[in-house]
Design a protein around this ligand. Sequence first.
Ligand SMILES: Cc1ncc(COP(=O)(O)O)c(C=O)c1O
Length: 404
Amino acid sequence: MCTEQAGRVINFSLSSAACNSEANGSRTNLSSSDSVINLDHGDPIIFEPYWRKMGDKCTVVIPGYQSLSYFANINNLCWFLEPELEKAIKRLHRVVGNAVVEDYHIVVGTGSSQLIQAALYALCPPDGPEPVSVVSAVPYYSSYQDVTEFLRSGLYKWEGDARTFDKEGAYIELVTSPNNPDGTIRERIVKQGEGKVVHDLAYYWPHYTPITSPADYDIMLFTISKCTGHAGSRIGWALVKDEPVAKKMTKFIELNTIGVSKESQLRAAKILGVISDNCLHFGSSSSDNFFEYAEHLMAKRWEELMDVVGRSAIFSLPEYPQEYCLFAGKFTEAHPAFAWMKCNNDKIEDCEKFFRGNKILTRGGKRFVADPKYVRVSMLGKEDEFNLFLERLLAIQETGYVLG
Ligand SMILES: Cc1ncc(COP(=O)(O)O)c(C=O)c1O
């Protein structure tokens, strides 16, 4: 138990107690009620214990003479894509069944963040009469607007909410499914005009959501950051149907970073290979199945959060329907990477500010062009930090006490 408030000890039987977290390289003592809990970023360190358990299975040794060249495979459209990574990506999608890979080109990127920019570049004609409109349905991933506006490109222009977009002409709709921040399954919204759609499927993996069919959209973006938790390796990939679009995306990355780190690609290939191998033992008692492990962990956190939230009417969480997951072979529920929490108390207008007053950092609804009564809470942080969050949330609900 970590928290003592309003003169009484909050008894919440969580394992955390000696809470330490590493943020920005410095260790923060979480055992104190003064400590700040940072649940703003979606830094996916939750799966670290699994990777520790894998030990040397995932170790990659790269001798000094290896991987010197810029080139990885000159016969591939994406000439800097390591053949091992290409194989591992295709194999994993086949094993999980979350995306069709046959007849798709793979473009590797430095995270899917780079691929979002590559896709915007590739989908705009170089000599269009005016910048192509870029839209996404509210609440949308806060980086889309930043990335679109950052370079003040003449090729495209941020136009905001897809639901209210009514211009004729060329547009690009960014569809995140499951969505960041609210975990909902989404389809394109804009129907008029000449539209291109980029499907960001960063969270379309069995630990976050039931896999109901293999996705087969024109452009699908994935990232190892959210799939396995290896955000630091900075590897994302796009599955692209149309060859000219895949070529233009490759060109963007060539001009931007002359390819993608080979060391990262080889590490990613190894990691993805290990999780594909471990999927073969699904459901057995000795299973090292990553998705099974990760799904249990996410389900446990969601159960704990729902339990605490359900003890009062102050906060509420979205509900997700049970659906048949083809990968798990049973009905499962979504356990999104973020909790999209709503504050129902009339006195609290800005939930992010309220939580900040309680030394809990979240990302407020405004950042997603949504009501400030909402906050996005990362479910992917360290165990001790998550447990302390639950304790503090419980204390807020039981006492209405605002720290500091
Ligand atoms: C929906 C979505 N797309 C893309 C990204 C970027 O991921 P990456 O680490 O691969 O750049 C994120 C990261 O939070 C995300 O939530």
